[in-house]
Design a protein around this ligand. Sequence first.
Ligand SMILES: C[S@@+](CC[C@H](N)C(=O)[O-])C[C@H]1O[C@@H](n2cnc3c(N)ncnc32)[C@H](O)[C@@H]1O
Length: 176
Amino acid sequence: MLQQIGIRRRQTVLDFGCGSGTYTIAVAKIVDAQGRVYALDKDNEALDELMQKAESAGLKNIKRMETSGKLEIDLADESVDVVLLFDVFHSFYFPQAEDRRRLLGEIYRIMKPAAFISISVWPNLIKPGAEDEIKNADFRLEKEISQTLNHDAKNLEKRSILKFRKARYVRTIVTA
Ligand SMILES: C[S@@+](CC[C@H](N)C(=O)[O-])C[C@H]1O[C@@H](n2cnc3c(N)ncnc32)[C@H](O)[C@@H]1O
C-alpha cells in the first residue's frame, strides 16, 4: 500500500502521529539510507517503542520528534516529500475545525511543491465535510484506495486511503 501511494527511495517523509510505528518502520525501509522519516508524536512511550524497533531493525534514518501536541511542526518550509496522517486526522484527536485548519496549514507549509499527503480514514471518525476542509486548504484529491490495514498493530480494519497534492502546483503543471 505504501508503495502504491507513491513512497519511494530517497524521499523525506513526515509520519505525523506515528504512534509506535505501525507504518514508520516500513516507510523507513522503502526510503532507504538516503531518505529520512520524521517520526512525530506526543506520546513519549510510543516513540520509545518505535525507536527500539528501529534499532532492532538496524534503521538509522528515523528521526524522533516528540512534541507537546502543538500544531506547529518544527520543520523548514518545503522540506518534505510525503506527509502521512494515518489514523490521526479525525474527530477523536482534532475535534475543533480550527485546529484541523491550522494543522493543514502547517502541513502545506512544510511540503515541497510536488509533495503529497496520505490520510487513512475511518469513515465513522472523519466528520462529513472533512474532505472539503482539506480541499479548502488548497489540496486536490488525486487518489483514493480502499485497503485492509493494521489498526494499532492489533486488528485488521477496512479503510480508505486518500492522497492529496497541493492544488496550486497541480494547476501549474496542467497549464505549463
Ligand atoms: C491511533 S494512533 C495512530 C498511530 C499510527 N499512525 C497508526 O496508524 O498506527 C494516533 C497517534 O496520533 C498521536 N497524536 C494525536 N494527536 C497528536 C498531536 N496533536 N500531535 C502529535 N501526535 C498526536 C497519538 O499520540 C497517537 O500515537
